[in-house]
Design a protein around this ligand. Sequence first.
Ligand code: 4NP
Length: 155
Amino acid sequence: MSVKILMVCLGNICRSPLAEGILASKLPKNKFTVDSAGTGSWHIGHAPDTRSIAAAKNHNLDISNQRGRQFKTADFDTYDYIYVMDNSNYTDVISLTENPAHKDKVQIILNELYPNENVDVPDPYFGMTNGFEIVYAMLDEVCDIIADKLIAKHA
Ligand code: 4NP
């Protein structure tokens, strides 16, 4: 059975699609499934932001086939690991938990790199163009750590 990982941000068009593509590229497909969702509903059915698609393409990763969807309570049962991009996503996701086991699955993603520091992956949506490259680099670094950990534990 596949180990399931969900990446969560606000819109599911900028950060979590990159996180999904980057982590999936580092894990064997036969053992792991990586998906993403947003806490908000604005971008359901939408492709990732063109700037995220471009940043991924710069690193030979194609995320253009992803489509936005909204995080739902059932995801706590479907997924084994839920990584949120920032503290605000954490609050929103935790507010939907129904039991302690749900809460245990949720981690602020950069805590895998900077334990207990609760550092945000900054939302690049309204920011500078190179914000997407900065986000890519942060996610690439932390996804190396996550992939090593998941492979050691499950593969
Ligand atoms: P994301 O960025 O959470 O990284 O996908 C955003 C994209 C869109 C919006 C907010 C954040 N929005 O408000 O539409």
